[in-house]
Design a protein around this ligand. Structure first.
Ligand SMILES: [Zn+2]
Ligand SMILES: [Zn+2]
Length: 420
């Protein structure tokens, strides 16, 4: 029997793995600059956590979640996104009291059962932040600017930031009512809806605006911006003015919904023209009610997440060498069995020297002849090869070959470290 990776998953190695680590490095550096600290939560949770937070009527929960029962029959789910787990952890570990400032970042796999498409997989590597306990527009702007910072540092210049407000508990009900009326089941518009939307329009009419089939069909549907209360309007005005001050370009997009139930006020999405027109590298928004709804203290919050591989696709489009840093290699070769243990010892010594922190040490590859070892060293792009050979060794020395110039010098064993 031949095994293959499960549908929707894939392996990463070589340059692709390097690119992922490079992006992670950039992110961790930016998170540090903005004083976010890391939080690590389990990859699976009680399934009902996601049903309650991400939302019963969302595509994620309805169609895309990996749900399974453990041996005791408990319903668990692989996390489809990061926010619910971190919100749960924030409450469970009383981080409001102990964390000083509620700024966290996370890096890890999210799982969704969906049709594989460019840069999107059943197991998706995501990088994101959550900022708890700050209701002000400055927190929204800080999170958006942090996200933009990461993209700029990844060499992505064509950044399309879409911004919208979903209103709050005071102003959204009127908007929902207007949408429900507009899409009433026996009405002209209601009849045009896809089967999924017909079912969910009563429960959650906002979902229609986010539907892949219906989302862009109804130009004259009611708009949230016409229903925003004074507070939400003012909040959005402050966010946009902070972004303008930071010379951050954005587009107000009243069709932006983001497929999650918990958002309030600001939501945003960051797109790149390198990806498909509708596909975002990531996005996020404010969710001021979620922590309280989960039984925690009244805590405003804002966050975002990137799909790492979508960011990498965008980065590669603008900078083909993204993450492709050449590692320096030094090769230690042995001309015959007599020198295997000498060469092995030297390699080990070099790895543990100061040099080892800067270059990779390879060799001796003892099932290959000297000729094959030199060929391999060349293939690996080694800058120098240390050769243990009969003649030199009788003089207590080795040969050091510069692979670029092919120049070879005899160096005393005690002076090899300096010569390299
Ligand atoms: Zn409002
Ligand atoms: Zn629909």
């Amino acid at each position: 029997m031949k095994f293959t990776a499960p549908r929707g998953t894939h392996d990463l190695w070589g340059d692709q793995a390097k690119k992922l680590r490079k992006l992670e490095e950039i992110c961790r550096d930016v998170f540090l600059r903005y004083n976010f600290s890391e939080i690590v939560t389990p990859t699976f949770e009680d399934a009902s956590l996601f049903i309650k937070t991400t939302g019963e009527t969302t595509d994620i929960v309805e169609k895309e979640m990996y749900v399974f029962a453990d041996r005791k029959g408990r319903q668990l789910a692989l996390r489809p996104e990061g926010t619910p787990s971190i919100a749960r952890s924030y409450i469970e570990n009383n981080l409001a009291q102990t964390a000083g400032i509620g700024k966290f970042y996370y890096v890890g796999s999210m799982f969704r059962y969906e049709q594989p498409q460019a840069g999107r997989y059943g197991e998706d590597y995501q990088i994101g932040v959550q900022y708890f306990g700050n209701a002000s527009a400055e927190a929204d702007a800080e999170v958006i600017l942090l996200a933009r910072d990461i993209l700029i540092r990844a060499g992505i210049k064509q950044i399309d930031i879409r911004l919208h407000s979903l209103g709050c508990e005071n102003c959204r009900p009127a908007f929902r009512k207007a949408l429900t009326d507009y899409f009433k089941p026996d009405g002209e518009k209601g009849k045009e809806l896809c089967d999924d939307c017909k079912k969910r329009v009563g429960k959650n009419p906002l979902r229609v605006l986010d539907c892949k089939i219906d989302g862009h069909k109804f130009e004259d549907a009611p708009k949230m911006e016409d229903h925003l209360c004074a507070e939400c309007r003012c909040h959005m005005g402050r966010v946009t003015s902070l972004l303008k001050d930071a010379k951050c370009e954005y587009t107000l997009d009243h069709k932006l919904v983001r497929g999650l139930d918990y958002y309030t006020k600001t939501i945003f999405e960051i797109r790149s023209s390198a990806l498909g027109a509708q596909d975002a590298m990531g996005g996020g928004g404010r969710y001021d009610l979620l922590i309280k709804e989960l039984g925690g203290p009244d805590t405003p919050a804002v966050g975002f997440a990137f799909g790492a591989e979508r960011v990498i696709i965008a980065a590669e489009k603008e900078n083909p060498d993204f993450g492709r840093e050449q590692v320096k290699v030094i090769f230690v070769a042995a001309s015959s069995e007599t020198f295997y243990s000498h060469a092995f010892k030297l390699a080990e010594k070099l790895r543990n020297s100061e040099l080892g922190g800067k270059v990779s040490i390879e060799g001796p590859v003892t099932d290959k002849s000297l000729k094959s070892q030199l060929r391999l060293a060349d293939k690996l792009g080694a800058s120098k090869v240390v050769i243990f050979g009969e003649d030199e060794f009788t003089r207590g020395a080795v040969a050091v070959r510069d692979m670029k110039t092919q120049e070879q010098k005899e160096i005393q064993l005690s002076e090899v470290m300096e010569a390299l």
